[in-house]
Design a protein around this ligand. Structure first.
Ligand code: MEV
Length: 307
């Protein structure tokens, strides 16, 4: 094993969260400036030690529980290297991505670990394999996730994602400018997805219609993105947010942020990710960016990032 360093970006879902779980298309984009990093340093440890200071964790791999997602990512990587015994090394994990906020922090950390460990053993993974292994870890975090987070983060490109299908890379003529505003802590994704599932089961016709409309919005958003029609894209984000409210995953605080962004001149805004808290995205143009950023902070955003 040699020393190796690797990273992976955060992501946001532009349109289609939740409906993507039910087979509708969704679009996600990476946030390359916001990253998780893993550094493998071979050395005098009594095994493989994982140090994740942001999570206040430091432990030997052999002591980690079977269900620990960080340990699973390392074990899958070692298996891909053909190693039975972990090497003596320290694996340092750092992440600037807020946790449980719909920004894909779990998938980014898994992918950074998989990349660093397989680079260290001289067997870097091709993207399809990396994505498949990251999905195994995602299941540990989220139950039965659609796989959109690990896919967009593996490719680090805008993707058109339909569950069970090969993702398509999108190449918009201009990247949409987003502000990402933190609306506070969110429940685990699996809790939000399960809540939607229960409501779906008690009113299947209504929810099928809502998901179908979200799917139609994804098609329209793809066309808007690919033709650079940002005004249309903004309108579609607004419409998607109304549907997310209808399936019960928004909160008064997220709604306030969305309203504030629109009132300050954003082209459109919506919650992103599983909801119940977490982040709102606002589509802005260069001229309006600062005004919208200030409005989001004034409306109670804990922080505003740029994507
Ligand atoms: C979470 O980032 C997005 C959801 O659609 C869940 C999933 O796709 O697995 C809410």
């Amino acid at each position: 094993m040699k020393a190796a360093r690797a990273s992976a970006s955060a992501k946001v879902i532009l349109v289609g969260e939740h409906s993507v779980v039910y087979g509708e298309p969704a679009i996600a984009v990476p946030l390359p400036a916001l990253r998780a990093e893993a550094v493998l340093l071979p050395g005098e440890e009594e095994g493989l030690r994982l140090v994740a200071a942001d999570l206040r964790r430091s432990f030997l791999l052999r002591h980690a529980a079977e269900e620990d997602p960080l340990a699973l990512a390392v074990r899958l990587a070692l298996r891909a290297c053909g190693l039975r015994e972990p090497p003596s090394a320290r694996l340092v994990i750092r992440s600037a991505i807020p946790i449980a906020a719909g920004l894909g922090s779990g998938a980014a950390v898994s992918i950074a670990i998989l990349r660093a460990v397989t680079a260290a053993c001289g067997a870097p993974l091709p993207p399809e394999r990396l994505n498949a292994l990251a999905y195994e870890v995602e299941k540990r975090y989220h139950g039965t996730p659609s796989g959109i987070d690990n896919t967009v983060i593996t490719w680090e490109a805008p993707v058109w994602f339909v569950r069970g299908h090969t993702p398509q890379r999108l190449t918009p003529p201009r990247a949409p400018k987003l502000l990402i505003a933190d609306g506070g802590p969110a429940p685990a994704t699996r809790v939000m997805v399960e809540g939607v599932r229960q409501r779906f089961e008690s009113a299947p016709r209504r929810y099928e219609a809502l998901f179908a409309r979200m799917g139609a919005i994804a098609f329209e958003a793809r066309a808007a993105l690919e033709t650079g029609n940002l005004a249309a894209l903004g309108w579609l984000l607004d419409e998607n947010h109304r549907l997310l409210q209808a399936i019960g995953v928004s909160t008064p605080r997220l709604d306030r942020l969305v309203e504030a962004a629109r009132a300050a001149g954003a082209l459109g805004a919506k919650l992103t990710g599983a909801g119940g808290g977490g982040n709102v995205i606002a589509l802005v143009d260069e001229a309006g960016r600062e005004t919208v950023r200030r409005a989001l902070l004034a409306a109670g955003a804990e922080r505003v990032l740029e994507g």
